[in-house]
Design a protein around this ligand. Structure first.
Ligand code: DX5
Ligand code: ZN
Length: 219
């Protein structure tokens, strides 16, 4: 079984309650929420009032992915939304170690995110401190982009780093995930798959979530 985190970036924001209700009825363990500031990434999405609203509609784990500069300034606000997981980009954190400690002290799981061009070695010295590493398999900012294949190599490298270090960090992948790329990612060692377009543009979103949820390593 693979953990699935549907990304509401691809949901219908005019009917967000209906789309969250679909996730509630699905096999997904999480809801992935993409926050963009128009500075760290070339797009602006949603902010805290929407996260508060999602929280009131679901008891699934809220997996908040901050694509913003200075995410350390928002740790308590994300916690106050009731989020369980706070993802910060390595590229956005000058003092990453401190920010990880702040997220954990606030009572959330700490996740660090790597852009496609950022090598896995950048998390080597914090791997024992984090609960999750999120590998971006597209350049962040937009849903519906194509999967970048180097992510498979990075997933294997990260799996090896976690094994060597004795860390219990989980590996999450975000961007261009579908049944095919999802299978390759699970084979490479991914634990959690984020999926936006594959779920919300599917004729049967519940079945799309189920397909990802049922992926197991093929060898
Ligand atoms: C992109 C976001 C993703 C996005 C994924 O910046 O971080 O979570 O919603 O969308 P798909 O699955 O359509 O590539
Ligand atoms: Zn995301």
């Amino acid at each position: 079984m693979t953990c699935v985190s549907p990304s509401i970036l691809s949901a219908d924001f005019g009917c967000l309650g209906r789309d969250i209700e679909m996730i509630n009825r699905s096999e997904a363990e999480m809801v992935h929420i993409d926050v963009m500031d128009g500075v760290f990434v070339p797009n602006i999405s949603i902010g805290f009032p929407v996260i508060d609203a999602v929280r009131s509609l679901t008891s699934k784990i809220l997996d908040v992915h901050l694509m913003i500069v200075q995410p350390q300034n928002y740790v308590s606000r994300v916690r106050d939304c009731g989020a369980e997981i706070m993802n910060v980009h390595v590229e956005a954190c000058t003092h990453l170690h401190r920010t990880i400690q702040q997220i954990k002290a606030a009572g959330m799981k700490a996740a660090v995110t790597l852009n496609p061009a950022t090598p896995v070695v950048m998390v080597e010295d914090v791997i024992a401190d984090v609960d999750m590493v999120l590998l971006m398999s597209v350049n962040p900012g937009f849903g519906g982009q194509s999967f970048i294949p180097v992510t498979l190599k990075k997933t294997r490298q990260l799996r090896e780093l976690i094994a060597q270090s004795g860390s219990s960090a989980r590996i999450e992948i975000d961007g261009g995930v579908n049944a095919e790329t999802g299978q390759a990612l699970v084979d490479a060692g991914a634990d959690i798959l984020v999926a936006g377009n594959y779920v919300f543009k599917a004729p049967d979103p519940l079945a799309a979530i189920s397909t990802l949820h049922n992926l197991t390593p093929s060898k």
